[in-house]
Design a protein around this ligand. Structure first.
Ligand code: FEO
Length: 168
């Protein structure tokens, strides 16, 4: 059955949201490069790539269901941050926003009786639980380092290892 046009439009918007999240994490990676924290930089870069795969999951779904994909401009991300804690607070807030976007999509799919879209979105619902948990645990650690450079470098090393395990 061809994809419901209202749902197709909302899914197209979500492609843009995921790409914006990807671009924001890339900006965060760039911030950490400038701060000489390569572990944080590589971890955020990995997360940026992961957001792109989220966009492509939706892209592929629309295409398979015979919908039309419309790509829009990606808003400029914030490039300056006050601290590692500031970055992680904003990253967690972004994940919470994405969770709300996925919930709204799930509700729309329900209203439109788009059951296969709901099924596709259930992967995202699980993923958002993981992502919020992950960002919140790293935020806790960054807060515990409380601006101490040595503690931050230890956390940076931990993230460098976790990045190579393709976590998140
Ligand atoms: Fe695709 Fe991290 O939300």
């Amino acid at each position: 059955m061809k994809l419901n046009p209202n749902v197709a439009e909302a899914l197209n918007k979500q492609i843009n949201n995921e790409l914006h999240a990807s671009y924001t994490y890339l900006a965060m990676s760039a911030y950490f490069e400038a701060e000489d924290l390569p572990g944080f930089a590589s971890w955020f870069r990995g997360h940026s790539a992961e957001e792109e795969t989220h966009a492509m999951r939706i892209f592929d779904f629309i295409a398979k269901r015979g919908g039309r994909i419309h790509l829009d401009g990606i808003a400029k991300p914030q490039t300056d941050y006050d601290s590692a804690v500031d970055v992680l607070e904003q990253a967690l807030a972004q994940e919470q926003t994405v969770t709300a976007q996925i919930n709204a999509l799930f509700e729309l799919a329900n209203d439109e009786k788009e059951y296969s879209t709901q099924n596709m979105l259930s992967w995202f619902l699980d993923e958002q639980i993981e992502e919020e948990d992950l960002f919140s645990s790293i935020l806790d650690k960054a807060k515990a380092a409380s601006g101490d450079r040595w503690n931050l470098l230890l956390l940076d090393q931990e993230l460098a290892k976790r990045g190579s395990e393709q976590e998140g």
